[in-house]
Ligand binder design. Structure first.
Ligand SMILES: Cc1cc2nc3c(=O)[nH]c(=O)nc-3n(C[C@H](O)[C@H](O)[C@H](O)COP(=O)(O)OP(=O)(O)OC[C@H]3O[C@@H](n4cnc5c(N)ncnc54)[C@H](O)[C@@H]3O)c2cc1C
Length: 377
C-alpha cells in the first residue's frame, strides 16, 4: 500500500509523535496546530515506564525533575509520606512540545501553525480547511486535538459532562525543594497538586466537570498555596495565574461506545479519550495510541485500529473506569484518608501506583484487602 498523505490536527504529544513516526516511514504528513509548542495547562508528570516502552524519548528525561516521593495531605489534614518505587518526572510542557515538534519536522513532517476550522469527507479522504480558509486534500485524517477535539465531536459519539475532569491550574516560575504533594479536601470529590519541576512549580486542582464552582476551586488552590510558603505566592486568580482545562475521564458507558476510527480517519490521545479516568494522566497513553496507529498505518491496516484500541482500553482503562466513580465520591475519600494514615500496605501500594508502576491486578486486590483490614481493625 502506498503511504497515505496524512493530515494530523493537533501537535501535542499524540499528534507530534505520530507525525514523526509516519514521516520516518516515508508518509507525507501535515501537522496543524495554532499554539504548539506551548505551555499547555498540565502538571507534566511522566511515568518512568514511558522510557521502558519508548527508549527514543530518553532525552525528554533531561527536561524534567525526578520526584522520588510524594506527600499526601488527607481530608483530615493528616500528612502522609509515600516513597515511590520508581521516580515520577515533572516535565515542562513547552519544552516537551518543542522537543516533539522538532523531531517531527526533522523527520520530514510539514507543520502549519494554524487552527483547523472544518473538514469534510471526500471519496478518497478528507478536505480540511484552516482558519485562513486554506484547503488541504488528504488521504487520512487524524484527530490529535485534545480533550475538546473537533474531530471527535464531528466523527464520533458525543460525551457527557461527566466524561470530563475539569481542572484549574497554573505555574509559578520558581525552583523549590518541596516533594510532589497531593491534596484532598473535606467535601471535595477530586484532588489538588503542587508539583515542583526543574524551573517552575505546577499547582492545580481537578474534579468531575460541573460539580464545583470555579471560585470554590480557586479557594482550595489558595488554601494549598497558603500551606506552601516555598511558592512565595498565596493568591492565585483565574485568567492571570490559573487556566481552566479539561481532561477526558470517561465513564464506563462512554468507553464502551467509544468510536475512535472509521473510513480514512482515527483519533489518538485525549481526543480518543485515552487519559486515565481517575488520575487524569494522559501523556503516556497519547504516545501509546499514536504508536499503535502509526504501526497500523505503516502496515497498511488502519482498519484494525478500533479493535486494537479496544484491547488497550480493556488493559488500561476499564478497571479505573469501574472504580473511578468511587474515587470521585467524598465518602470514599474519607476512607482513603484513613487507609493512608493507618495502613502500611496502602502506602506501599500507593508508592507503586502513583508513579505509574505496573502492578498485577491480583496483587492490587490483595494489597487493598490487607489495607482495608489494617484500616478497620
Ligand atoms: C491541568 C492538567 C494537568 C495534567 N497533568 C498531567 C500529568 O501530570 N501527567 C500526564 O500524563 N497527563 C496530565 N494531563 C493530561 C495531559 O495533558 C494530556 O493527556 C495530554 O496532553 C494528551 O496529549 P494529546 O496530544 O492527546 O493532546 P494535547 O496535549 O491536548 O494536544 C492537543 C493539541 O491540539 C491542538 N488543537 C486543538 N484543536 C485544534 C484545531 N482545531 N486545530 C489545530 N490544532 C488544534 C491544541 O493546540 C493542542 O496543542 C493533565 C491535563 C491537565 C488539563
Amino acid at each position: 500500500m502506498k503511504p497515505l498523505k496524512t493530515g494530523i490536527i493537533g501537535a501535542g504529544p499524540a499528534g507530534a509523535w505520530l507525525a514523526s513516526r509516519l514521516a520516518n516511514a516515508g508518509f507525507e504528513v501535515i501537522l496543524f496546530d495554532p499554539r504548539a509548542p506551548w505551555k499547555k495547562p498540565c502538571a507534566g508528570g511522566l511515568y518512568t515506564v514511558i522510557w521502558d516502552e519508548f527508549p527514543e524519548l530518553e532525552p525528554v528525561k533531561t527536561l524534567g525533575l525526578a520526584g522520588h516521593k510524594a506527600r499526601l495531605v488527607t481530608v483530615k489534614n493528616d500528612t502522609v509520606e509515600i516513597d515511590f518505587t520508581r521516580p515520577l518526572y515533572i516535565v515542562d510542557r513547552e519544552k516537551l512540545g518543542e522537543f516533539l515538534l522538532d523531531q517531527a519536522r526533522a523527520s520530514g513532517a510539514g507543520f502549519i501553525p494554524r487552527k483547523i476550522e472544518a473538514f469534510s469527507q471526500t471519496d478518497s479522504g478528507f478536505e480540511i480547511s484552516d482558519e485562513r480558509g486554506e484547503h488541504f486534500q488528504i488521504d487520512f485524517l487524524v484527530g490529535a486535538d485534545g480533550a475538546s477535539s473537533l474531530a471527535r465531536r464531528r466523527l464520533a459519539p458525543g460525551w457527557s459532562k461527566l466524561d470530563f475532569i475539569f481542572t484549574l491550574s497554573g505555574h509559578v516560575d520558581r525552583v523549590v525543594n518541596f516533594p510532589l504533594t497531593f491534596y484532598f479536601f473535606p467535601g471535595f470529590a477530586g484532588y489538588g497538586w503542587i508539583f515542583p519541576g526543574r524551573d517552575a512549580v505546577s499547582i492545580g486542582i481537578g474534579a468531575k466537570a460541573g460539580q464545583y464552582r470555579a471560585e470554590e476551586m480557586i479557594g482550595l488552590i489558595n488554601q494549598m498555596a497558603g500551606s506552601a510558603p516555598e511558592l512565595g505566592k498565596k493568591e492565585f486568580a483565574l485568567g492571570k495565574d490559573l487556566s481552566p482545562a479539561m481532561i477526558p475521564g470517561l465513564s464506563l458507558r462512554t468507553l464502551r461506545n467509544q468510536k475512535v476510527a472509521g473510513k480514512n480517519w482515527a483519533l489518538v490521545g485525549d481526543a480518543a479519550g485515552a487519559a486515565h479516568p481517575v488520575s487524569g494522566g494522559g501523556i503516556h497513553n497519547a504516545f501509546r495510541t499514536a504508536k499503535c496507529l502509526a504501526d497500523l498505518l505503516i502496515a497498511g491496516t488502519p482498519e484494525l485500529y478500533q479493535e486494537k484500541f479496544w484491547s488497550f482500553c480493556k488493559e488500561e482503562l476499564l478497571v479505573p473506569c469501574l472504580w473511578g466513580p468511587l474515587f470521585y465520591k467524598t465518602s470514599m475519600q474519607d476512607l482513603f484518608a484513613k487507609m493512608m494514615v493507618r495502613s502500611k500496605s496502602a502506602r506501599i501500594l500507593a508508592g507503586e501506583l502513583l508513579p505509574g508502576g505496573k502492578v498485577k491486578r491480583g496483587k492490587v486486590l490483595n494489597a487493598l484487602l490487607k489495607a482495608l483490614a489494617e484500616t478497620l481493625f
